[in-house]
Design a protein around this ligand. Structure first.
Ligand code: F1P
Length: 352
């Protein structure tokens, strides 16, 4: 297979262009939605999805809570209708963002329908890459990013564009214009760094001596560290896990051997504590790599030389994680466009 003649590579590399379009489109879309939505002092945000879209939900919830100071949580779509009492409230107004690239994943569609049928306090906003699919019909409002659709089974640019869209929405709800300005810098920063991201990802992906991968992410970076493991699992089936950085010492560090690689998503928040975790992992011989906001102390770091906040930088970590999985797949002779046992959409029946 010609190394780059596949959709996954094209879609990973289209991110600077598609992010720009998301930044151009979403503010106007949200302005219209905001006129009709009930945003009260005690509004709670929930984020609902499956697979990548659930991990996106986890990061989006942390980002929303941090920016808006309102309660936010992520829920796997199936739990909305299978275990609603354990995850939903009727006491406060809720805005539920239902995230699905395809807009047709059954669990996400059923979750939106279930909320409409059973929870009068919930308004729903569909976030997808299609304006003409079921999710748009079953939600109250829609943010559709048709420009970031994908041919690939695994989600790359669709994930980052939907995440960026939600970051834009959070800055508008919280009226944090400084953060919105930072988000507007992202396509240019990504263009500047994409080659470095690729060579960082390629070096690790093609390192055949690694048999176990760990991704560590704090708070808003935890969901994206989960997404990093999902990319590796989907594209390569290699053994990998993710953890909150300081949790890693409490048992999981036992898994580390000199054949392990630990990728740490770090920022300003908790940087000193996190660098001590890195030192502890190094003691057991693992290759440790940090993606960070601070100047590298060794050659194993990818450092973004920009002044944007940890909050705005969140989505910028993803393309490097895409490249790691992509190059692991190609180095194992696998086709990243054809992940084992997977289809783009999971369909199930609704049982009432
Ligand atoms: C969600 C999803 C993908 C996964 C797989 C099956 O799809 O779980 O994350 O890679 O292809 O579907 P969607 O609801 O975001 O379309």
């Amino acid at each position: 297979m010609n190394l780059h003649m596949n959709n996954t590579y094209q879609e990973i590399n289209n991110q600077p262009v598609s992010w720009k379009e998301t930044l151009e489109k979403v503010p106007a879309i949200w302005k219209e939605i905001e006129k009709q939505i009930n945003l009260a002092e005690n509004t709670q945000f929930v984020f609902v999805g499956c697979g990548s879209s659930y991990y996106l939900s986890q990061t989006a919830a942390s980002l929303f809570q941090e920016a808006t100071k309102k309660q936010a949580k992520a829920i796997p779509a199936s739990e909305v209708f299978l275990s609603d009492e354990s995850v939903l409230t009727r006491d406060v107004p809720v805005v539920a963002f239902i995230i699905s690239r395809s807009g047709t994943t059954s669990e996400s569609v059923i979750a939106a329908q279930f909320l409409k049928e059973n929870y009068g306090n919930v308004q729903t906003v569909g976030v997808s890459c299609y304006s003409d699919k079921t999710l748009t019909e079953v939600t109250d409002f829609a943010i559709a990013l048709d420009h970031s659709k994908e041919q690939s089974v695994v989600m790359t640019q669709s994930f980052t564009n939907m995440l960026l869209a939600l970051q834009i929405v959070a800055t508008m709800i919280s009226k944090k214009e400084n953060l919105l300005e930072e988000l507007h810098q992202l396509p240019q920063i990504l263009t500047q760094y994409i080659e470095q991201m690729e060579s960082f990802g390629r070096k690790l992906g093609e390192d055949a001596t690694r048999d176990y991968y760990v991704f560590l992410g704090l708070g808003k970076y935890y969901g994206i560290s989960k997404e990093a493991t999902l990319k590796l699992k989907e594209m390569t089936q290699v053994y990998c896990h993710c953890y909150n950085p300081l949790e890693f010492r409490h048992g999981p560090i036992s898994m580390i051997t000199p054949k392990s690689a630990a990728v740490v998503l770090s920022g300003e928040q908790g940087a000193t504590y996190i660098s001590e975790v890195v030192q502890d992992i190094k003691k057991y011989g693992a290759n440790t790599l940090t993606i960070t906001s601070r100047k590298a102390q060794n050659g194993n770091n990818l450092w973004f030389e920009s002044t944007i906040s940890d909050w705005a930088r969140t989505v910028l970590y993803m393309p490097t994680l895409h490249f790691i999985a992509y190059y692991k797949a190609t180095s194992l002779g696998l086709n990243p466009d054809k992940p084992r046992n997977l289809t783009q959409v999971v369909k199930i029946n609704r049982h009432d």
